[in-house]
Write a protein that binds this ligand. Structure first.
Ligand SMILES: Nc1ncnc2c1ncn2[C@@H]1O[C@H](COP(=O)(O)OP(=O)(O)OP(=O)(O)O)[C@@H](O)[C@H]1O
Length: 257
């Protein structure tokens, strides 16, 4: 099974360090890991560093991979060329790092992704004519069509309506189980993190705040200390943990003073 571990990893832009000293235990395939942290804490930066788009100190270790390019990355803005059709842009993503000789199985994989993500109706449309949510679904298809063993997804549900957020996260979790994939998803919705992720990696203040099983990491205390939110976590009637938000922690503290 594939695994990813970080040892004392840092990242900088033009000499300005944004992240430092990030170490994690081996994140094992078969899991969905939520990457959490406030705006500007460095989630996208950490993805760029892991994917090799940024240099820095420390070690990024991938073990157990059985393909030459085990990692795929879905950035926040997928940068798909607006003049390409949805079908062409997914096919182009599949061909990354390979000679441009399209095989019948490549077409079959693109068709499979269109069906899997329920976007087959968009196949002939230009990417430039899509809505934000539709573009995001195409971005997910572009990442998945590469058949990675580790998938880094930067806020893949931020433009989706609620039912599509649930569908996509449930699909991603199913793929981790069925294919032994390790999927790391940067997200702001801590309720979704509680519901869909196995483990959570939290960054803030330029470093790692916590890494471990989600119910142990995403707690009222973390919400208060890292996100400045007063909240309770309670199981619903089906036993799924729910986040009940009361307000900003600092406002509550200043009212009490
Ligand atoms: N290309 C860049 N050049 C210089 N600084 C950058 C660049 N990209 C990001 N930064 C800085 O690095 C820090 C971390 O940004 P990053 O985008 O990684 O945060 P994030 O956690 O993904 O934020 P958000 O939740 O808002 O998407 C911020 O201070 C940001 O200004």
């Amino acid at each position: 099974m594939v695994s990813l571990s970080l040892q004392d990893v840092s990242a900088a832009y033009s000499g300005r360090q944004v992240l430092g000293g990030i170490s994690t235990p081996a994140l094992q395939g078969g899991q969905l890991v939520a990457l959490l942290g406030p705006n500007g804490s460095g989630k996208s930066t950490l993805f760029r560093r892991i994917f090799g788009l940024l240099r820095g100190a420390g070690q990024i270790r991938v073990e157990g991979a059985t393909v030459p390019r085990p990692i795929a990355y879905m950035p926040q803005d997928n940068g798909a060329r607006p003049v390409l059709t949805v079908y062409e842009s997914i096919l182009l993503a599949r061909m990354q790092g390979r000679r441009l000789r399209v095989l019948p199985e490549d077409h079959a994989e693109v068709d499979r992704m269109l069906d899997l993500l329920n976007i087959a109706a968009l196949r002939g449309q230009n990417v430039g004519d899509l809505s934000g949510g539709q573009r995001q679904m195409v971005g997910a298809a572009q990442a998945l069509v590469q058949n990675p063993q580790i998938l880094l997804m930067d806020e893949p549900t931020s433009a989706l309506d609620l039912s599509r957020q649930i569908d996509l996260l449930a699909l991603l979790r199913r793929l981790t189980r069925e294919q032994g994939l390790l999927i790391v998803v940067a997200m702001h919705d801590l309720g979704h993190a509680l519901r869909f992720s196995d483990a959570a990696l939290v960054i803030g203040g330029g470093g790692l705040v916590a890494c471990g099983p989600t119910p142990e990491v995403v707690t009222s205390r973390l919400l208060r200390d890292v996100f400045d939110v007063e909240a309770r976590i309670e199981p619903c009637s089906k036993g799924v943990p729910q986040l009940i938000v009361e307000g900003r922690a600092s406002h509550a503290a200043s009212r009490a003073a």
